[in-house]
Design a protein. Structure first.
Length: 189
């Protein structure tokens, strides 16, 4: 499936979700994530601060912020900077995403785990983002485990990928856990 078709399909599907469905899906996804070996063994975790149409990361951050070191991206031109998460020092940045303030940036190579937002995925680890390429430029600089999180309807049989598109290692939806390298899919609900 072409990227534009993925974006159009997912946008239409998200518009019919009510708040209860969004909350239930986010809880299911992050309950699975916190049980993964990648999460358990990670200290430094880069995660996104969710937009209204994405799986909400807020409860997950609140739950684990005192036990794990979280980092958030901040847009700087064409690239993402990585800064420590502190709920009290967030401000609306580019695209109305809450971003960390301050000057304490760090390298993505210091991350043990990266929780990647996406519009769509396929079981081969291909990812469709919003089209600006921020994560496609960032992810290749890291050896961290990369986990894409999504609603189940955001996973397609196959997405047309380009050479510059960065892949994820694992995809977690509200119903399935996809381990990309082994091509395994486990059902959770």
């Amino acid at each position: 499936m072409k990227k534009e078709d993925v974006r159009r399909n997912v946008k239409a599907r998200k518009t019919v979700l009510n708040e209860a469905e969004k909350d239930l899906a986010a809880s299911a996804v992050f309950d699975i994530l916190e049980k993964t070996a990648a999460f358990i063994m990670s200290n430094n975790i880069l995660i996104y601060h969710s937009l209204p149409d994405e799986l909400s990361t807020r409860r997950f951050l609140d739950k684990w912020a005192s036990r794990k070191k979280f980092f958030l991206p901040r847009i700087n031109g064409l690239n993402l900077e990585i800064l420590p998460y502190d709920r009290s020092s967030l401000r609306l940045g580019t695209f109305q995403i809450e971003e960390p303030t301050g000057d304490e940036t760090c390298s993505v190579s210091e991350m043990d785990l990266i929780v990647v937002p996406g519009v769509g995925y396929d079981p081969y680890g291909n990812r469709v983002g919003r089209g600006k390429g921020y994560y496609d430029r960032l992810l290749p600089e890291s050896n961290a485990t990369k986990i894409g999180v999504a609603y189940d309807f955001q996973v397609f049989d196959q997405i047309v990928a380009e050479p510059h598109d960065a892949k994820v290692d694992i995809i977690i939806t509200d119903r399935y856990y996809y381990h990309v390298a082994s091509r395994r899919r486990l059902r959770f609900r």
